[in-house]
Design a protein around this ligand. Structure first.
Ligand SMILES: Cc1cc2nc3c(=O)[nH]c(=O)nc-3n(C[C@H](O)[C@H](O)[C@H](O)COP(=O)(O)OP(=O)(O)OC[C@H]3O[C@@H](n4cnc5c(N)ncnc54)[C@H](O)[C@@H]3O)c2cc1C
Length: 424
């Protein structure tokens, strides 16, 4: 298989890039110039994984099939997992695809490329914490989120029919993921409780455990304070300056004492897989591919973007692993690779601010360089809408405005009819 541009990873950044380039080039003499490869057959925007985990988003309804997106945006799609790279020969290899019974469905393949873009995302940083890999749930992909949801459903049922009528969940890491997951869990429990008899109702304790002195450490202090107050009002227990020393099956040993928990979610830190070291590219401390200010890796013709890349940021620190950075880099590379005869200049990350959902119709965050100046506080319904706008913008880039509106309306109607909580 020989392709002009190959993109590996169809996530928040890679899929937007494939769609932009596919539409830009269109089919040339019946041939598509862009090939997208992903190890999943459907796309789900990663920032919604906590909703899948809490049961408020149906991944099968929300997910979009790559082959359909490929047809509509004039790129090709191949299902497969990156297993090797020979940058000098401009070839990559995809691992054999096995069926559930272990039989080989697709043999190992080699793909030749003119230009390669690595957009394979990242994973969690467990900071070598003993027991974390064994006892904590991660939220790295749809399978993780669904696995947690299955455990949550079972735990809800067990708590409703158990004698002590109590369930405790600990979330390690009070960044956006931890905060948003905690509110989704509380609201899901509220909806469930309203449908249970008095004797089945049970108490839910959600504890957010954070090593830093405040939650949402990457956001302005005012935003942290507002979010902490909103979480407190919902009944979320917040434990700051608490370093997790060991994860056990029954809870967390922290620098501030033991936190008993039936379920544990690890939502702290980002680290790319060790396998990134096997591709012969220059790698950073967090196993990300080191790129220059044009998103070029150490190998000619190979670019990296999004969470898998360590790109230089304007403040001297690497560009943060965020969906808005992945989307900006997709737009930049679409210009750089889509119009190779014009120089797009270096890529500069622009922090547009951060928004966090506090469940229901509330959000909080700050917008940078917009409206009221460099750091504009936004909250309530307006913040929630701005938060949702980022998601809609992603869909607009891959399915267009009309389909995005239809999708948003259908999701809204579905929620109205079925309720927000899905336990099946
Ligand atoms: C629960 C949660 C909430 C978040 N909320 C926000 C938010 O509110 N705002 C924000 O800015 N960011 C948020 N983030 C971070 C955001 O999701 C990421 O920064 C963003 O998805 C990165 O985009 P990406 O394209 O680099 O990688 P991803 O979106 O992770 O996509 C990577 C893709 O590569 C594929 N892949 C991986 N390995 C391979 C392989 N070896 N071979 C083939 N395919 C492969 C995967 O299947 C996936 O499709 C959140 C993250 C999580 C987990």
């Amino acid at each position: 298989m020989q392709q002009d541009i190959v993109i590996v990873g169809g996530g928040a950044g890679g899929l937007e890039l494939a769609a932009r380039l596919g539409r830009r080039f269109g089919p040339v003499e019946g041939r598509r110039r862009v090939l997208l490869i992903d190890r999943s057959i459907f796309h789900l925007w990663k920032p919604t994984l906590h909703e899948v985990a809490a049961g408020s988003l149906d991944s099968h309804q929300e997910g979009l099939s790559y082959p359909v997106l490929a047809r509509r945006n004039h790129f090709s799609f191949a299902f497969g997992e990156l297993a090797g790279l020979d940058a000098a020969a401009r070839t990559l290899s995809l691992a054999p695809v096995l069926g559930e019974d272990g039989r080989e469905l697709i043999p190992e393949r080699t793909v030749a490329f003119g230009t390669l873009v690595l957009a394979i995302g990242s994973g969690s940083n467990l900071f070598d914490t003993p027991g974390a890999a064994e006892h904590a749930h991660l939220l790295e992909n749809v399978a993780d989120a669904e696995a947690f949801n299955a455990r949550l459903t079972a735990a809800f049922l067990a708590a409703a029919w158990s004698e002590h009528h109590a369930l405790s969940i600990a979330i390690v890491g009070a960044g956006a993921t931890g905060v948003e997951l905690s509110t989704e869990l509380i609201e899901g429990h509220d909806e469930l409780s309203a449908g249970l008899t008095e004797s089945q109702r049970f108490g839910l304790t959600v504890t957010l455990v954070e090593a830093a002195p405040r939650i949402l450490g990457g956001l302005p202090e005012r935003v942290s304070d507002k979010a902490a107050r909103a979480l407190g009002a919902k009944g979320v227990r917040i434990l700051t300056s608490a370093r997790v020393e060991r994860v056990r099956s029954d809870g967390l040993e922290t620098s501030q004492g033991f936190v008993p928990s039936d379920l544990i979610v690890w939502a702290a830190g980002v680290k790319a897989p060790r396998s990134n070291r096997d591709y012969g590219l220059q790698i950073g401390r967090l196993n990300q591919f080191i790129v220059d200010d044009r998103l070029r890796t150490s190998a000619a013709g190979v670019y990296a973007m999004g969470d898998c890349a360590e790109a230089p940021g304007p403040d001297g620190r690497p560009v943060p692993a965020r969906a808005q950075a992945a989307a900006q880099q997709a737009a930049y590379l679409a210009r750089a690779l889509g119009r190779p005869d014009s120089d797009p200049g270096p890529y500069v990350y622009r922090d547009r601010g951060s928004l966090v959902s506090l469940g229901g119709d509330r959000g909080v965050g700050s917008l940078m360089g917009a409206l009221g100046g460099p750091d504009f506080l936004i909250e309530g319904l307006l913040a929630k809408w701005a938060y949702m706008a980022l998601h809609l913008d992603h869909h607009r880039a891959i399915i267009g405005v009309r389909r995005t509106v239809l999708l948003a309306v259908s999701r809204l109607l579905h929620r109205r009819v079925s309720g927000r909580l899905k336990l099946h």
